[in-house]
Design a binder for this molecule. Structure first.
Ligand SMILES: *[C@@H]1O[C@H](CO)[C@@H](O)[C@H](O)[C@H]1NC(C)=O
Length: 406
C-alpha cells in the first residue's frame, strides 16, 4: 500500500515536472513536453557544473550531446559517407552510390545556436543520408567552429570559406557535382549562416559558379526586435524560449549574456539610438511586413529611450553578416530562388516570414512553407523517440521542394 502511494506521488511529481501548458494546436504536445523536460534537465545539470566552476556550460553541454549523438561516417547500402575538409573547415560528405553521373549538390549548415551540435550528430547524419539517397545528390554537412571558443565572425567566415570551396571546380569535379544545380541550406542558426552566405556570394561578381537555390529552415535573421508577434506569442513555448534565443545571439556575437534583459526589453533598439536609421527599422517593421493573420492582436514594443550604450558595446547587433534581415533590397535581389520554412509555435516564425516577404519584394522567387502546428526544431527531432508528425511532414516537404527546384 505504502509503495503504491510512493509510486503515485513519484508519478505526480514527474508529471508536474514534465507538464507545461502549451497553446492548443501544437502537434503532439506531450512529446514536446517530454523533449522540453529532457532539455531542461540537461541544462540544469550543466548549470550546476558551470556554477561549481567544473567547466563552461556550453563545453559540457556539447560533450554530453556529442557522447549521446555523434556517429561514425559509416557507409550504408545507398550512400558513401566520408569526412573531408573544405578550405580548412571540416565537413562530412554524403555521396549516393550509383545513380546519375553528374549529381546535384547541397551544402548544409546545422543548427544549435552557433554553439551546439555538428554534422556528425545522428539527427543531421540521418537527414543528410536521406537527402543524398532521395535526391540522388551530394550533400556536404559543414562543421563550422562553435561558441564560446569561436564567436562572430568566425562561424560566418567558416561557412563562407566552405561554400567557396564547394563552388570550386576542384571540389565539383572531384565529387561529380553539376555546377548548375547547387543549393545552400541550413536550419535555425545554420539557416542564418546559409542566408548570410547567400547574400555575400550572390553579390560577388567574380564568381562564375553560383548557387541555384537557398533553403532556409526556421532561420534566425535579426536581433533588434524581441517583441515580434511570434516572440510575444511563443515566449513560453519549448524548446527555444525567448531568453534562450537572446543568450544564443549574445554568445554568438561574443557579447556579455548579462545583456539578455536589455535585449528582451527592446532597450537596445529604442528610438534614441542614432545607429538605427529609419531605413534599417523599415527592414524589420512587422506591422508592414507581416500579414494580418500573423500580426493578430499583438502591439509593437518601441521604447522612446533605452540603453544607448549597448549598440556601442555590441555593434555586431547591426552587422548584416550576422543579421541577414537587415540587408538592402538590392542585395536580397541578387540571392538565389528561396524556400523558407516557418513554424507557428516558434519565436523565430516572424524572422522567417519577414525575410520571405522582403525577398519576394526584391524580386526573388520564394516558397514560404508554414506549419500551423509546427514548433522550433521539429524537423530535426524526427528520429528521436519524440519524432513528431509535423517533423516528418516538414522534412518530406523540404526534400520534395529541393527535388522539384534544384
Ligand atoms: C530600459 O531602459 C529604461 C530607460 O533608460 C530603463 O529605465 C530600464 O531599466 C531599462 N531596462 C533594462 C532591462 O535594461
Amino acid at each position: 500500500m505504502r509503495l503504491r502511494w510512493a509510486g503515485a506521488v513519484l508519478l505526480a511529481a514527474a508529471a508536474y515536472y514534465v507538464y507545461l501548458p502549451l497553446p492548443s494546436g501544437v502537434c503532439e504536445p506531450w512529446k514536446l513536453m517530454l523533449l522540453d523536460a529532457l532539455f531542461r534537465s540537461f541544462v540544469k545539470a550543466t548549470d550546476v557544473a558551470h556554477a561549481l566552476g567544473v567547466c563552461h556550460r556550453l563545453h559540457l553541454l556539447n560533450r554530453v550531446v556529442s557522447l549521446v549523438e555523434d556517429v561514425e561516417p559509416r557507409p550504408c547500402p545507398h550512400v558513401d559517407v566520408t569526412d573531408t575538409v573544405l578550405n580548412g573547415v571540416p565537413a562530412r560528405v554524403f555521396h549516393p552510390k550509383g545513380g546519375q553521373r553528374l549529381k546535384r549538390g547541397v551544402i548544409y549548415f546545422h543548427g544549435g545556436g552557433w554553439a551546439f551540435c555538428s554534422g556528425r550528430m545522428r539527427s543531421y547524419d540521418l537527414l543528410c543520408r536521406k537527402m543524398a539517397k532521395d535526391l540522388d545528390s551530394v550533400i556536404m554537412s559543414v562543421d563550422y567552429r562553435l561558441a564560446p571558443d569561436a564567436v562572430f565572425p568566425d562561424q560566418y567566415h567558416d561557412a563562407l570559406a566552405a561554400s567557396r570551396a564547394f563552388l570550386s571546380s576542384e571540389v565539383l569535379e572531384l565529387y561529380g557535382i553539376d555546377p548548375q544545380r547547387l543549393c545552400l541550406s541550413g536550419d535555425s542558426s545554420g539557416g542564418n549562416l546559409a542566408a548570410a552566405v547567400a547574400q555575400e556570394l550572390g553579390s560577388d561578381d567574380a564568381l562564375t559558379v553560383k548557387f541555384k537555390v537557398q533553403a532556409l529552415i526556421y532561420p534566425v535573421l535579426q536581433a533588434l526586435d524581441f517583441h515580434t508577434p511570434s516572440y510575444q506569442q511563443n515566449q513560453a513555448v519549448p524548446i527555444l524560449y525567448r531568453p534562450l534565443m537572446a543568450s544564443f545571439l549574445l554568445e554568438y556575437l561574443g557579447a556579455d549574456t548579462s545583456l539578455v534583459p536589455v535585449l528582451l526589453a527592446n532597450n537596445h533598439s529604442s528610438l534614441d539610438q542614432p545607429a538605427i536609421s529609419a531605413s534599417t527599422r523599415s527592414k524589420l517593421d512587422w506591422t508592414a511586413l507581416l500579414p494580418a493573420e500573423r500580426r493578430k492582436r499583438f502591439r509593437p514594443l518601441v521604447k522612446e529611450r533605452g540603453s544607448s550604450e549597448v549598440l556601442v558595446q555590441v555593434p555586431q547587433l547591426m552587422d548584416v553578416r550576422a543579421m541577414p534581415l537587415l540587408a538592402e533590397q538590392a542585395v536580397l535581389g541578387r540571392t538565389p530562388k528561396a524556400y523558407v520554412m516557418t513554424c507557428e509555435f516558434d519565436v523565430l516564425r516572424d524572422d522567417g516570414l519577414m525575410y520571405a516577404r522582403r525577398l519576394r519584394d526584391a524580386g526573388v522567387e520564394v516558397t514560404s512553407d508554414h506549419y500551423e502546428d509546427g514548433f522550433h526544431g521539429c524537423m530535426m527531432f524526427s528520429y528521436l523517440p519524440m519524432s513528431s508528425d509535423v517533423g516528418r511532414r516538414s522534412m518530406s516537404s523540404y526534400i520534395r521542394w529541393l527535388d522539384q527546384n534544384l
